[in-house]
Design a protein around this ligand. Structure first.
Ligand SMILES: O=C(O)CCC(=O)C(=O)O
Ligand SMILES: [Fe+2]
Length: 320
């Protein structure tokens, strides 16, 4: 990784398949720096990662096709008590978009439970491929977080404790092709409400906004993953890390599928002390991630300029 050619791209592409990328090596240390700068500058970066082999890639994406082929009534079933959308879609401003969330996909039993809600007769192939895929992508999530902690000189124990209080969701996205006269916007520009999102797309369409405001189109490939910081990462870093603004356009004549592993803090989280000093005063109150998700669709949140600021910052102004 970190070859000069890679670093010259507006958004770094980091090779996580490199055998030399082990903690303690020079490659590891320099990659930690690239990861940190990309998160501070753009809120994200791209990763080449070969732990999801082609067989698993194909099987998880065909599982997604099967999932979205179910009836709307089946797809809209309530599958989690967390304040996330089990199903999102049928929205007039983004008519192409549908998404479904599998709660706790790293756990085989929870994958099985989700699967039997969707297919009461069972579908082992679905639950097994989802579980294997999520576990492989979670390994990438752990490495990225470990690198971030290390690059700021934070103890690995702190990182472990963050990982222990992390909930994962596998979100599956489908975009149908636009009909004549319909918008080809898949999703409006936004930041994700989670901590970190790791996306893989089967067709291109994902665009990331760089710090200069330009849009960067992410190529689709089974081994190319986009790593995006969400709102909770901004809170944790007291705004040192930027939330990654991204959007999707449907440019193809076939349906587009993508998959995101999203992480959420299961315990109240505070900005790390090292990010708070006289020059960088505390910007966020202790953060209840699920409280934020419940706030997310309220009228107050929707009309605010920034949902995360509306949820956290105003509280500080009135209570300190
Ligand atoms: O489809 C994608 O690649 C990304 C979708 C997305 O950003 C979202 O729904 O939050
Ligand atoms: Fe997103």
């Amino acid at each position: 990784m970190g070859s000069e050619r890679e670093c010259q791209l507006p958004l770094p592409v980091i090779d996580f398949s490199d055998e030399n990328l082990k903690p303690g090596t020079d490659t590891w240390v320099s990659t930690c720096g690239v990861v940190r700068s990309a998160l501070e500058d753009h809120g994200g970066f791209l990763v080449l990662y070969n732990k999801v082999d082609l067989l698993l890639h194909d099987s998880v994406f065909s599982a997604m096709e099967q999932l979205f082929d179910l009836s709307l009534q089946t797809k809209m079933q309530h599958t989690t008590d967390k304040p996330i959308y089990s199903y999102a879609g049928q929205r007039p401003s983004i008519p192409l978009y549908e998404s479904m969330a599998i709660d706790n996909p790293l756990n085989a039993k929870d994958c099985h439970k989700y699967t039997t809600t969707m297919w009461p007769q069972g579908n082992n192939r679905f639950s097994e491929s989802v579980n294997s895929y999520a576990k492989k992508v979670a390994e990438l999530d752990y490495i990225v977080k470990r690198m971030v902690f290390e690059s700021y000189g934070l103890d690995n124990k702190k990182c472990e404790s963050l990982l222990e209080s992390t909930d994962y969701i596998l979100r599956c996205y489908k975009y149908r092709t636009p009909q004549v006269g319909e918008t080809n916007l898949g999703v409006h520009p936004h930041t994700d409400s989670g901590f970190l999102t790791i996306l893989n797309q089967r067709l291109s369409g994902l665009e990331i906004q760089l710090k200069d405001g330009e849009w960067f189109q992410v190529d689709a490939s089974p081994s190319m993953f986009a790593v995006l910081a969400g709102d909770a990462f901004m809170v944790w870093s007291n705004d040192r890390i930027r939330g990654c603004v991204h959007r999707v356009f449907m440019n193809s004549k076939v349906d587009r599928y993508s998959l995101g592993l999203l992480s959420y803090a299961s315990k109240v989280m505070e900005p790390e002390e090292i990010f708070v000093d006289d020059e960088h005063p505390l910007r966020y109150k202790p953060f209840d991630h699920y409280g934020y998700l419940r706030f997310f669709d309220t009228e107050e949140a929707v009309k605010s300029a920034s949902r995360i600021k509306a949820y956290c910052v105003e509280w500080i102004q009135f209570n300190m």
